[in-house]
Design a protein around this ligand. Structure first.
Ligand code: FES
Ligand code: FES
Length: 171
C-alpha cells in the first residue's frame, strides 16, 4: 500500500491508502467515477486514456493512465476531460470538436482534447510561424488513435481554434 495525494482539475484528493498495483486509469474511473478518461488498448498505444499533467515548474504534458500506477502520480496535479468545461460552458476546443463533427463514438475524444489543450497552452507561451501550423498540429496529435473519423476533423477543429486567435498563437 502507498499513501497517495493528488490534485485533479484543481481539487485535492487524499491522502489515501491505495494499493501499489492500482492503475491511474482504475483510480480515476473506478474510485472517483471520472469515467471521461477512457480505457482503450491498455498498453500505452492509443492514448484514449491520456490526461494532462501540470508540473510545478509550469510544464504541462499528457500521460497515459492505463499503464501507469496511480502511486506514480503522487503529489502531482492533473487535468481530465471533466475539467475542461467551466461554469457549464464547454471550452473553445470542445465546441470546435462538435462543430467539426470530429468524433463519432467519442472513445478517443478525451485524449485528443487533452493533447490539443496542451498544444494551445504551448503555443500561447511560444507562438509559431503560420507556415509551421499544420505540421505542428499534426505532430502534436500524432500518437492518438481514432478508429472512427480519420483524424482530419480533429486536425481541422484545432486549426480553426488557433486561426481564430492568431495574435495569441502565431508569431
Ligand atoms: S488505453 Fe492507455 S494508451 Fe490505450
Ligand atoms: S471517435 Fe471513435 S475512436 Fe475516435
Amino acid at each position: 500500500m502507498t499513501t497517495f495525494s493528488i490534485t485533479i482539475n484543481g481539487r485535492a484528493y487524499g491522502p489515501a491508502e491505495i494499493s501499489d498495483d492500482l492503475s491511474m486509469n482504475d483510480f480515476l474511473r473506478e474510485h472517483l467515477g471520472l469515467t471521461g478518461t477512457k480505457f482503450g488498448c491498455g498498453a500505452g498505444q492509443c492514448l484514449s486514456c491520456a490526461v494532462i499533467v501540470d508540473d510545478a515548474d509550469g510544464a504541462s504534458y499528457t500521460s497515459p493512465t492505463c499503464i501507469a500506477a496511480a502511486a506514480s502520480f503522487n503529489g502531482k496535479a492533473i487535468r481530465t476531460v471533466e475539467g475542461h468545461a467551466k461554469d457549464g460552458q464547454l471550452s473553445v476546443l470542445q465546441k470546435a470538436f462538435i462543430v467539426h463533427f470530429a468524433f463519432q463514438c467519442g472513445y478517443c475524444t478525451a485524449g485528443f482534447l487533452n493533447e490539443a489543450q496542451v498544444l494551445l497552452e504551448r503555443l500561447a507561451k511560444k507562438p509559431i510561424p503560420r507556415a509551421e501550423l499544420e505540421k505542428t498540429v499534426a505532430e502534436a496529435l500524432d500518437g492518438h488513435l481514432c478508429r472512427c473519423t480519420g483524424y482530419i476533423k480533429y486536425h481541422e477543429a484545432v486549426l480553426d481554434v488557433i486561426l481564430a486567435d492568431p495574435k495569441r498563437y502565431l508569431a
